[in-house]
Write a protein that binds this ligand. Structure first.
Ligand code: E4P
Length: 217
């Protein structure tokens, strides 16, 4: 399963990229706002830093304007995945862009049927938002299971990119279902490393090692 980080914060991206665990980055207009940076500049900087796909979202809602924005975004770097919304115009843009060899991430997916449409439109990635589903009292991960079954039934190449992840259990469940990619906030990725027994074990080993009076090498 690939790990993408969901942020436009260069410091976080740099730190995770150095760990060797980062396969890509996703951004959205809210994350760009949070970064306080110029959209095109920060996306270009991220794409230079991370070799994997970097999602940059169009903000237009009509097809022609989306295509105009996508043209600007895809010229930023070869690893840009243009993010389009799951609407009729968005999927029309998706078909045109992937037909041209551009990676497309279809975002704001909330049902398995929407994911089926995105796959038929040739999407490179489909982004179902699990956390926002949980927030309103539904089980977001159920949709991921349904999409996995549907995509396997028809051998769709579209990668399932689990988005709107809120905690490590979402990542565990994504891996068990066989999702292709997760995108999570930096804090949630950092949580994956942590366990109190790991910390306690390290402290114990360090204390006992000190008592031996030895050093390695
Ligand atoms: C995905 O690409 C989105 O940027 C993101 O995961 C949305 O998450 P949120 O529901 O935490 O805003």
């Amino acid at each position: 399963m690939k790990f993408f980080v969901d942020t436009a914060d260069i410091g976080d991206i740099r730190e995770l990229a150095e760990s060797g665990l980062l396969d890509g980055v996703t951004t959205n207009p809210s994350l760009i706002h949070k970064s306080g940076r110029n959209f095109l500049e920060v996306v270009k900087e991220i794409a230079d830093l991370v070799p994997g796909p970097v999602s940059a979202e169009v903000v237009a809602t009509d097809h022609d304007e989306m295509m105009r924005e996508a043209e600007i975004l895809r010229k930023l770097a070869d690893n840009i995945a243009v993010k389009v919304p799951l609407t009729l115009d968005g999927l029309k843009a998706c078909r045109a862009l992937t037909g041209d060899g551009t990676m497309v991430n279809v975002t704001l997916c909330f049902t398995a049927n929407q994911a089926l449409l995105a796959a038929k439109a040739g999407a490179s990635f489909i982004s179902p938002f699990v956390g926002r589903h949980d927030d309103i009292g539904f089980d977001g991960m159920e949709i991921i299971s349904d999409i996995r079954i549907i995509y396997d039934n028809y051998d769709f190449a579209t990668e399932i990119l689990v988005a709107s992840i809120r905690h490590p259990v979402h990542i565990l469940q994504s891996a068990k279902i066989g999702a292709d990619v997760i995108t999570a906030p930096p804090a949630v990725i950092r949580q994956l490393f942590k366990h109190p027994l790991t910390d306690r074990g390290l402290e114990g080993f360090a204390a006992d090692w000190a008592k031996t009076g030895q050093s390695i090498g």
